[in-house]
Design a protein around this ligand. Structure first.
Ligand code: GLN
Length: 484
């Protein structure tokens, strides 16, 4: 990779007093300014300068801060005190967070500086970062194309080298798919591994915060800080993080299963990248077999029938009375109705309506309960697969970055972009998208990601494997050429 220092080396340089948190912040802001056309950032943190100075004092006092002075950008659905948190929605356009999410607080406690908030699909509903009230984010590799979504801003800032790492959130693929389309790593942790406290809820049983980065060691660095038990999230697990980037030795004897159902319908570049990844794993001493997860063909349907009902319930709180924007009306009902009509975009309204419908009496059994049964069986199939393999592999997305506007008027085509990622959230498993190749489309190189899925609580294995692949020299993480 060129054009950017690793997060790990930046921290080391700060601790060795070779640079200062304020200098790193200034450089990051300059890169953000130079890449402003990507529209990857929604807002800057007005307190970043003060944070950098505070870290400087802590470093001077000898505190061995694990993220000393590291500039980090977080998705705009993660609350940070005194910053705007819009979730890409008009309904929260003037909302300023009165508190900080646990994951963000852990970054700050460890010495990171939160530079700003990354653009996203409205309320994290989407796969292209086109539905944001702040306008679309462009893919740094080809600005006519989408960066993926919904954490498209987080993927774009890392791909453009604005910051070495970012946080996104992943409900059905929103960290992994944009990571794949932008040529960076994206990790969706085991459900419960990273606190959801302070993450604006989309579908609470599926949501997880996860890091995006260029290097396995940087994923490890971040996860060792943000993962861990949080009493403020009832679904938080008590599993102390022990992440490290592995070496090729970690690949020897690894039992890899390729999911058969993910082999069809991929572009040629995706297919050849999957093949070369498997070849690399075999050459390092891993064994590869095919594994079937038959319920995968129902995963998209089940996912949307679970995510939309949860969203319809979670988004009921945005009525103009407590948070953000309020439209005046003759009475409270008129005001709430107008606020929601004008505040929410089309896709969010569609999902609230479908979600409410799927939960309504008479339809609940036909839709929501059936989706929950598929969810159970899917989790059982994954558990059975992990009896015979250590890790499962699929493409992260069946295709590289698509053109802006290509799917935005066809919701079902947009939902289908998540075919390889949603099952992981339904089963609560950890999965990592690794940038493993490119497909040249009309003369432009577009990145391709391969997804590694591990058993619950084996997130560490994923980061070790990716370190191993880096050691083999086959990981294709680099800053997009126009920004290198
Ligand atoms: N694209 C999926 C959706 O729209 C996943 C989004 C996400 O993971 N937040 O629901």
């Amino acid at each position: 990779m060129s054009g950017l220092h690793t997060a790990t080396s930046l921290v080391r340089a700060v601790l060795a007093r070779e640079t200062t948190p304020s200098d790193l912040l200034t450089e990051t802001l300059a890169r953000a300014e130079a890449a402003a056309a990507l529209n990857a950032l929604v807002s800057l943190n007005p307190h970043a300068g003060a944070q950098a100075e505070a870290v400087e004092a802590r470093v001077a006092a000898g505190e061995p801060l694990p993220l000393a002075g590291l500039p980090v950008i977080v998705k705009d659905n993660i609350n940070v005190t005194g910053t705007r948190t819009t979730c890409g929605s008009r309904i929260l356009d003037r909302y300023v967070s009165p508190y900080t999410a646990t994951a963000a607080q852990r970054l700050l406690d460890a010495g990171a500086v939160i530079v700003g908030k990354a653009n996203m699909d409205e309320f994290a509903m989407g796969s292209s970062t086109e539905s944001s009230a702040s306008g679309p984010t462009l893919n740094p590799w080809d600005t006519d194309r989408v960066p993926g979504g919904s954490s498209g801003g987080s993927a774009a800032v890392v791909a453009a080298g604005i910051s070495s790492v970012a946080l996104g959130s992943d409900t059905g693929g929103s960290v992994r798919q944009p990571a794949a389309l932008c040529g960076v790593y994206g990790l969706k942790p085991t459900y419960g591994r990273v606190s959801r406290y302070g993450l604006v809820a989309y579908a609470s049983s599926l949501d997880q915060i996860g890091p995006l980065a260029h290097h396995a060691e940087d994923l490890a660095l971040l996860m060792n800080v943000i993962a861990g038990h949080d009493p403020r999230d009832a679904t938080s697990l008590d599993a102390p993080p022990k992440f490290r980037a592995g070496t090729p030795d970690d690949l020897r004897g690894l039992r890899v299963g390729v999911i058969r159902e993910s082999l069809d319908g991929n572009t040629q570049g995706v297919t050849s990248t999957l093949t070369s990844t498997l070849d690399a794993l075999r050459s390092a001493g891993a064994t590869v077999q095919e594994i079937s997860i038959p319920e995968l063909k129902y995963a998209i349907a089940a996912y949307y029938l679970i995510a939309m009902p949860e969203a319809s319930s979670n988004l009921a709180r945005f009525d103009g009375m407590v948070y953000g924007h309020r439209e005046p009306g003759a009475d409270v009902t008129a005001s709430m109705t107008l606020t929601r009509e004008r505040g929410f975009g089309r896709e969010v309204q569609r999902r609230i309506m479908i979600g409410t419908y799927a939960l309504s009496s008479g339809y609940y059994d036909a839709y929501y309960s059936r989706a929950m049964k598929i969810r159970r069986r899917l989790a059982d199939s994954f558990a059975a697969a992990f009896q015979s393999v250590d890790v499962l592999i699929t493409p992260t997305s069946p295709f590289p970055a698509f053109r802006r506007g290509e799917k935005s008027s066809d919701p079902l085509a947009m939902y289908a972009a998540d075919v390889d990622t949603v099952a992981v959230n339904l089963a609560g498993l950890p999965a990592l998208s690794v940038p493993m190749g490119f497909e040249t489309v009309n003369g432009t190189e577009l990145p391709i990601g391969i997804q590694f899925i591990a058993p619950a609580l084996h997130d560490e294995l994923l980061v070790r494997i990716s370190g191993g692949l880096e050691g083999l020299g086959v990981v294709q993480a680099r800053v997009a050429p126009a920004f290198a």
